[in-house]
Design a protein. Structure first.
Length: 413
């Protein structure tokens, strides 16, 4: 069954690639239309109902764009809808969540020192949080509080910070950050699916029927679009954070997440103000830099103060790797070729923490990371980088034999 690990890795790679492609399409179109909307200019010659226009140059040609706040007098012959970018991004992201975090719940989702639950319970908590988050957010938007756009955004920020803290009390740090990104992305995509597109369809139906569309549908859709605009950059951060344990695997990770949301606001404020031709608020970059420096401090200094310790006990599902007959020899290879970097205190020059927070300095840790070792150092030559420690082909074969033997005995990934 060891072939299953390789096939699973390639499937995950394909879904991740699809997710990146669709996310680029969604974020690109979103950023473009926000910049376009803010850059519109009102001129006296505009047709009735037109709010503003913009001239742009790209690809050797000129574009003349006009925006109608409600709708034009007649329905255009061809209308392009921007929706599948959002839907495909969420669907591929959810597929990635299922493959990595649900399929590998014992390794990536559950931290038994945080909350000792079964894989099924952890997955149900994950699903429930995504659905409940959208429902709560939507109720806030539709409540009297929703009439105040900026007040609503403050409440949304409080909700996101609360979820950041909550996720770190349930899942691994890595899964907590990933879920915070998924939680936010679910709100964004649901805004498109349940609010923005349906409202636009109502306007189109009114035009076709010869009725005057109600402007409230455009106002509501624009408010949700504004929220999506300010949430985009934090989502990107959280989706990439699994590569950076100093962000997700430290004592104050939920505070780091809260500051990331603020950085998203300061960066987008600069772009939005600039696109609207209202100046260039350079103070936002200083504010962003200060927030980032604070994040760096939170990720390092408090670790010394809090005395964090790693979990030294392997989960039952990984004990078979430590018990396998090939383990002693495999452990010797790992300790001699990998532990100078993957240690609590790396001895390799320039490294201050183990890459990706993977520490391989005892039997339990090696057993927990068996699958990663197999894929990174046995079946591929990804580790060590450039084969700096001189792993021999025979040693890689030994690591392969260890993993495949344990998997064959236990029929596990």
């Amino acid at each position: 069954m060891y072939e299953y690990a390789i096939a699973w890795e390639w499937i995950a790679f394909a879904v991740r690639w699809l997710h990146v492609i669709t996310a680029i399409a969604w974020i690109g179109s979103s950023f473009y239309f926000i910049a376009l909307d803010l850059g519109l200019v009102k001129r006296p010659h505009l047709p009735p109902g037109a709010y503003g226009e913009e001239w742009q140059v790209h690809g050797g040609g000129f574009y003349h764009i006009q925006k109608y706040l409600v709708a034009p007098a007649t329905m255009p012959e061809h209308l392009t809808w921007f929706k599948w970018e959002s839907y495909a991004t969420w669907l591929s992201g959810f597929a990635m969540l299922c493959l990595v975090y649900y399929g590998g719940a014992e390794l990536f989702l559950i931290d038994r020192q945080v909350l000792d639950v079964s894989a099924t319970t952890a997955i149900l908590i994950s699903l429930a949080s995504l659905g409940a988050g959208w429902i709560l957010y939507d109720l806030l938007c539709k409540s009297p509080l929703g009439r105040n756009t900026w007040g609503l955004m403050i409440l949304l920020y409080i909700l996101l910070v609360a979820m950041a803290w909550g996720y770190t009390q349930v899942f691994t740090g890595r899964a907590a950050f990933l879920h915070l990104g998924a939680f936010t992305a679910t709100i964004m995509s649901a805004n498109v699916f349940f609010i923005i597109i349906p409202n636009q369809k109502i306007v189109v139906a009114d035009l076709i029927a010869g009725r005057t569309p109600d402007p409230k549908y455009g106002v509501i859709a624009k408010q949700r679009s504004l929220h999506n605009n300010y949430l985009t950059l934090p989502v990107i951060f959280f989706m990439l954070s699994n590569h950076y344990p100093l962000a997700f695997a430290t004592a104050f990770n939920w505070i780091i997440a809260a500051l990331v949301f603020l950085m998203g606001v300061t960066i987008r404020h600069w772009f939005n103000t600039t696109h609207a031709r209202k100046g260039r608020p350079t103070w936002t970059w200083l504010a962003t830099a200060i927030l980032f420096i604070l994040i760096i401090w939170l990720s390092t200094v408090p670790k010394v103060l809090t005395g964090e310790t790693a979990n030294a006990t392997p989960a039952p599902v990984f004990q078979k790797f430590a018990a396998d007959v090939h383990f002693p020899a495999a452990r010797d290879v790992i300790m001699s070729r990998c532990s100078m970097c993957h240690a609590a205190e790396p001895v390799w020059e320039g490294l201050h923490a183990a890459p990706k927070d993977v520490v391989l300095d005892d039997d339990a840790a090696i057993a927990r990371h068996a699958r990663e070792i197999y894929l990174q150092a046995a079946r591929s030559h990804a580790m060590p980088p450039g084969n700096l420690t001189g792993v021999t082909p025979e040693e890689r074969q030994l690591l392969t034999a260890w993993y495949e033997s344990a998997v064959s005995e236990g029929n596990t990934r």
